[in-house]
Design a protein around this ligand. Sequence first.
Ligand SMILES: C[S@@+](CC[C@H](N)C(=O)[O-])C[C@H]1O[C@@H](n2cnc3c(N)ncnc32)[C@H](O)[C@@H]1O
Length: 397
Amino acid sequence: MPHIVFEKKELITIPSQKDGVDFKFIAKSYNFTQKIRKIEYRIALENESKEFLLSLKPKNDDFMIKADKVTRLSPVTLVKNALNAYVNLNNAKVLFSNTHNLKVKEEAKNEYLKDINYFVDDFTTDKEIQIEIGFGSGRHLLHQAKTNPNIQFIGLEIHYPSIEQLLKQLELQNITNVLVVNYDARLFMEFIESNKVGKIFVHFPVPWDKKPHRRIYSNEFVNEALRVLKVSGTLELRTDSRKYFDFCTEVLTNLPKGKITIDINKDLAVSSKYEDRWKKQGKNIYDVVLEAQNIDESINLNFDFSFDFKIDFNKTLTMIPTKSLIEKDYFIHIEELYIVENSQNSGLIKLTMGNFDRPVTKYLYVNEGNISYYQGNPLPTSSNINAHEKLKEILSR
Ligand SMILES: C[S@@+](CC[C@H](N)C(=O)[O-])C[C@H]1O[C@@H](n2cnc3c(N)ncnc32)[C@H](O)[C@@H]1O
């Protein structure tokens, strides 16, 4: 991670510009938990039209400056330029810097690899959608995509090397109807319109016998799957794990209504790497297919994450909860507070919120009492929406 250590001195004056970097404000940490902590600063800036924060903190008798982890952006040259601009503007004596020679591997860019925000803001298709969860080596997904060119496939994986491998195969085999997302499948469905999906494949999911809460299947997951599936669409589990099969059938048979089909050792046109292994060991393979039968209500992805009131930040500092607020489906934890120096009623609130499996860390920027999410709103997941409503309640007290 690029960083510079320099001899401690007065902070730069704000606002100021240097080498194309626009320094906007500096906020100083506020010790609201009464734990002994060193004073830190967050420096807000704009570089090439992108806004982010730098973190400035003491290192022995000196200062160390680097990108703030939460707001860090790529390419890494944006950060390096900003760090150098700060120390140049500050006329600081540099003791250590790795901002001139550091080579950082940037994530592969590929037109079929999509960020989750793409599904929130831009994704539309007239084609039927089919989703494969945890595609692994991608054999099944590639086969499906080749044999069904009129279907728009979405492949979900959390293992990056598998994603890179699939992207390479898509290119080699000239397949253009697959979008790939590096995202937890248990939460992805929240961004897909209702009644749009023809099939969801969950082939050989990790059984998680010791940590069942990490399984893909749960009541919430099945309900979300049913919402996105069109009538006659199917959620298809294929597993070698008897425990997972039993667990899945228990979840599905607790549904108020539905059609479930079970097969043992059914042959498919393509066999995955895992399947080959289990077959060699003589294990049974179970298929459990749930068919959707209802038309579901559409969802709103345009949730308004604004705060429609102003706060007295000095008062907020004294009443902010120091313990996590934990509700059934979401939580909020206020991590740090920062006060903007030489300004009335302004500061930063660093918090972690939302879903327990995929929490999001954000800064709230309080600018003369007006609150907004720094670098944009959280994703409109139900847990983020609930956490936002709770935050409004806390901050408006
Ligand atoms: C046992 S492998 C099976 C891979 C492939 N379906 C096959 O049959 O060969 C399970 C895959 O699911 C992925 N996975 C696990 N949890 C996931 C999640 N929550 N969201 C998306 N993918 C996940 C893993 O990274 C892994 O590649």
